[in-house]
Design a protein around this ligand. Sequence first.
Ligand SMILES: *[C@@H]1O[C@H](CO)[C@@H](O)[C@H](O)[C@H]1NC(C)=O
Ligand SMILES: *[C@@H]1O[C@H](CO)[C@@H](O)[C@H](O)[C@H]1NC(C)=O
Ligand SMILES: *[C@@H]1O[C@H](CO)[C@@H](O)[C@H](O)[C@H]1NC(C)=O
Ligand SMILES: *[C@@H]1O[C@H](CO)[C@@H](O)[C@H](O)[C@H]1NC(C)=O
Ligand SMILES: *[C@@H]1O[C@H](CO)[C@@H](O)[C@H](O)[C@H]1NC(C)=O
Ligand SMILES: *[C@@H]1O[C@H](CO)[C@@H](O)[C@H](O)[C@H]1NC(C)=O
Ligand SMILES: *[C@@H]1O[C@H](CO)[C@@H](O)[C@H](O)[C@H]1NC(C)=O
Ligand SMILES: *[C@@H]1O[C@H](CO)[C@@H](O)[C@H](O)[C@H]1NC(C)=O
Ligand SMILES: *[C@@H]1O[C@H](CO)[C@@H](O)[C@H](O)[C@H]1NC(C)=O
Ligand SMILES: *[C@@H]1O[C@H](CO)[C@@H](O)[C@H](O)[C@H]1NC(C)=O
Ligand SMILES: *[C@@H]1O[C@H](CO)[C@@H](O)[C@H](O)[C@H]1NC(C)=O
Length: 396
Amino acid sequence: MFGHFSHTTCLISKLFLTCLYCVVGVCCRDFSISLPQNFQALSGSCVIIKCRFEIEEKHDINLVPESAATGLWLKDGDKTNEHLVFHSTDHKSNHFNGKITGNLLEKNCTTVFYNVSSKHTGRYYFRIESGGLKYVYTVNTSTINTLPPNPQCSCMWSRSSLRCSAETLCSSPPPTLTWSSTPRIPLSESSRLEELISDLNFTATHRQHRVTFTCTITYQLQDENKTAQDNITLHVQYSPKNTSVSVLPSSSVLEGRSVTLTCSSDANPAVLNYTWSRESEGQMEQLQTGHTLTFDRIDLKHRGWYHCTAQNQHGTQNSSVMLDIQCEYYITANLTLSHSLQCKVNYKMNSLRSSITLHQSLTHTSTLQCASNNTHGTASQRIYVTPQVSSTFYRH
Ligand SMILES: *[C@@H]1O[C@H](CO)[C@@H](O)[C@H](O)[C@H]1NC(C)=O
Ligand SMILES: *[C@@H]1O[C@H](CO)[C@@H](O)[C@H](O)[C@H]1NC(C)=O
Ligand SMILES: *[C@@H]1O[C@H](CO)[C@@H](O)[C@H](O)[C@H]1NC(C)=O
Ligand SMILES: *[C@@H]1O[C@H](CO)[C@@H](O)[C@H](O)[C@H]1NC(C)=O
Ligand SMILES: *[C@@H]1O[C@H](CO)[C@@H](O)[C@H](O)[C@H]1NC(C)=O
Ligand SMILES: *[C@@H]1O[C@H](CO)[C@@H](O)[C@H](O)[C@H]1NC(C)=O
Ligand SMILES: *[C@@H]1O[C@H](CO)[C@@H](O)[C@H](O)[C@H]1NC(C)=O
Ligand SMILES: *[C@@H]1O[C@H](CO)[C@@H](O)[C@H](O)[C@H]1NC(C)=O
Ligand SMILES: *[C@@H]1O[C@H](CO)[C@@H](O)[C@H](O)[C@H]1NC(C)=O
Ligand SMILES: *[C@@H]1O[C@H](CO)[C@@H](O)[C@H](O)[C@H]1NC(C)=O
Ligand SMILES: *[C@@H]1O[C@H](CO)[C@@H](O)[C@H](O)[C@H]1NC(C)=O
């Protein structure tokens, strides 16, 4: 009865104390450790075990500088004598080569093991010794898997950057991540290397379409350099670019010839349709679709500006060309009231002029002929001169 009472009092006071401790932020502490449960180490490199431990409050007096705290690692068992593989102050030749880089007084048991090999594979137990404190943490352990030196890295496109990431494997000196591309394009300076993540920031444009980016990670291991690569080929969609019109045989053609205008453009996805239009008297006249526009017999009236508009899902782009039609022969003749006959011959935009003056009045219809010839042929025009004639127009 008394004992029961006493137990209840104790419980109440303990609860009270717990609450009090919680209020000031120091809950009743117990032994605990947090470390990665499972991780991989690369043969020939090093391994870092990030580790933090906690001790019962009553042992706080033991974890003081005067006690010269030591950290021990036991492997594949918790018996200090049998399983010891590392002692922070007493290195044995059969022990693992390593170092506790954390400050034990701050309960940081972070440890690095160098020269990892397959014999490091196993389950690790941490033991703390400091004055009267001697404790092996058996609940949480860390299992190291040693990998053959076969590093990997991976590239991916995310939002506005290409990211290359590699497994965070310890190596000294630290591994390097580098970028390259095929075809070569200048890679932006904004690439950064941080915790084995390298970002290549740029705005994807048609310039990066089909460019293969290669990310390479290089580890300098004990006796060899190991590299791994990953590739990513960008497929960038873009509106028509480099739209241009070409004219065959040439944009300056003789009338009567056949002419083909061809529109080409680079777009991804490919151009859906090409639309031809012509500017006439300030108005746009839609002609046809298709990437070519053919005139079987070009005529003077076809002279002018032609526009080709290339379109895909992402936009349009246009290009224009001036079609200059040259007439082979172009003869105009007129008879003025003063009975002077003028004959003008055009040949490929050059003109010849000739005139004759009739000194006598015409009483009846007569025929006059204006003729011109050169190596390409002959052109002529007949003019039937009547007293009423004013002008005629004839093309041949
Ligand atoms: C075991 O580790 C986890 C996290 O790593 C931690 O939350 C937990 O308190 C640890 N347990 C013990 C008994 O150390
Ligand atoms: C523990 O020590 C390591 C090595 O000095 C350090 O990198 C890490 O930040 C420390 N961790 C904490 C929680 O202080
Ligand atoms: C790793 O081992 C090699 C021999 O196997 C030795 O020469 C080297 O010093 C060791 N490196 C470290 C950091 O202990
Ligand atoms: C690259 O982009 C990432 C994600 O958008 C950003 O966090 C980072 O700061 C950028 N780096 C540079 C050097 O601009
Ligand atoms: C590894 O690469 C480094 C830097 O390029 C070089 O100095 C070193 O000699 C290489 N080591 C081996 C074993 O090839
Ligand atoms: C990456 O591309 C290069 C050259 O294009 C090729 O030699 C290499 O095998 C590729 N690597 C991977 C992981 O696909
Ligand atoms: C457009 O033409 C220029 C010059 O010929 C070329 O450098 C560029 O790559 C072309 N762009 C596309 C998207 O083909
Ligand atoms: C070209 O294709 C687009 C998309 O299919 C369409 O909206 C447009 O009307 C087409 N233009 C012509 C002239 O056919
Ligand atoms: C060609 O493109 C320009 C600018 O993009 C635009 O102002 C013009 O109206 C277009 N012309 C035709 C014929 O589509
Ligand atoms: C026709 O005659 C008029 C008046 O003399 C002249 O101005 C004009 O240039 C002539 N036309 C041609 C084609 O010779
Ligand atoms: C042009 O015609 C004249 C007269 O018919 C002829 O003598 C001359 O050879 C011709 N010239 C050419 C280049 O055909």
